[in-house]
Design a protein around this ligand. Structure first.
Ligand SMILES: Cc1ncc(COP(=O)(O)O)c(C=O)c1O
Length: 341
């Protein structure tokens, strides 16, 4: 028999009625939230069309489409009847290997498949990173401006957010002096988005090194959101933060969504770019794996096509003339919009 006195209070009916489950929801608003507010207020009878300047979904622009080779690979995978089952929750071994090999091409060391965990888009990789790091009293350093999901996710996890500014006069570099002031013994990580959303900046090798050194000084790891990896405009080439993994442990987050123009396929990665092996400690690995057991992972038939994307189709072929109207090209102009008043 259940001992009612030992049940948590939330589970006990009070006076025969259910407890109230209307828990306070974090007030943070995301880009998708704002967009849906705007769309709701559009007058359906008004025949003027609305132009979206905000969504990072390249597939909504007719000039962007993914390769027919990958589409055919998905069809083949489905029709083969071989990939209708569950994959391991951390991802198929061949998918983990393909991503490890792909990312290792730009690193001074080689990642192993065990460093790679397959997620449902980069959004879920963000959730995994914050879930793994949250504990009572912990805080995280986020850039301002930032991709809003980080703040929302931190709010759901009870993780205190501390902001450091990105400096427009220095090409949206991280204000390293602010990190010095904000970081304390309860800081678990600092987040960088490179290439940046929403500012379109691409950090130089030197600046990334300075960030790594600052993080190491405060013994905090770096979460590097590289969902726009290699979509770099301007003078700086894209350098992955993992290059500095020997200075400070880095969690690299990415996905197929932007570069390969398939955000709806929901295929992303959470990667421990950490040659020092901090994330290979059995207890840490066990915790990450258990969390993935809850998540379940993206569709198996999409996972089998990842190799093709990464190694046989890595650039947008023959950008059409309309290419410059893409949201990607607009990013660097955000600075002018914001600071011209
Ligand atoms: C900086 C940043 N991180 C993560 C994401 C989410 O990526 P995904 O669509 O793969 O979940 C986005 C999407 O716009 C983004 O801009």
């Amino acid at each position: 028999m259940i001992d009612r006195k030992r049940l948590p209070m939330e589970n006990v009916k009070e006076n025969g009625t259910m407890k109230n489950y209307e828990v306070e929801t974090p007030k943070n608003i995301t880009i998708k939230g704002i967009l849906s507010l705007l769309m709701q207020s559009i007058d359906e009878k008004d025949d003027r069309s609305a132009i979206s300047l905000g969504m990072g979904d390249p597939s909504t622009y007719s000039c962007f489409h993914t390769t027919p080779i990958a589409q055919q690979a998905v069809v083949d995978a489905l029709q083969s009847d071989k990939f209708n089952g569950y994959s391991p929750t951390v991802g198929l071994p061949q998918t983990r290997r393909a991503i490890a090999d792909y990312l290792s091409r730009d690193l001074p060391y080689k990642l192993s498949s065990d460093d790679v965990f397959i997620t449902s888009g980069c959004t879920q990789a963000i959730d995994v990173a914050l879930a793994m790091l949250s504990h009572p009293g912990a805080n995280i350093l986020l850039p301002r401006p930032c991709f809003p999901i980080y703040e929302l996710c931190a709010a759901f996890r009870g993780l205190e957010v501390r902001h450091f500014d990105l400096l427009p006069e220095k090409g949206w570099e991280v204000d390293l002096d602010a990190i010095e002031v904000l970081a304390d013994q309860n800081t678990v990580a600092l987040v960088i988005i490179n290439p940046g959303n929403p500012c379109g900046n691409v950090y130089s090798y030197q600046h990334l090194k300075e960030i790594a050194e600052m993080a190491e000084k405060h013994k905090i790891l770096v979460i590097a959101d590289e969902v726009y990896g290699h979509l770099a405009f301007g003078n700086n080439p894209f350098v992955p933060m993992g290059v500095f993994g020997s200075i400070v442990p880095v969690l690299t987050l990415g996905s197929l969504s932007k570069r390969w123009i398939v955000p709806g396929w929901r295929l992303g990665w959470f990667v421990t770019t950490d040659p020092s092996g901090m994330f290979r400690k059995p207890k840490v690995v066990d915790r990450i794996k258990k969390y993935f057991d809850i998540l379940g992972g993206p569709a198996t038939f999409i996972q089998v096509c990842v190799f093709l994307f990464l190694f046989e189709y890595t650039v947008i072929p023959n950008p059409p003339p309309t290419f410059s109207f893409s949201s990607f090209h607009l990013f660097p102009l955000v600075q002018n919009f914001v600071f011209s008043g």
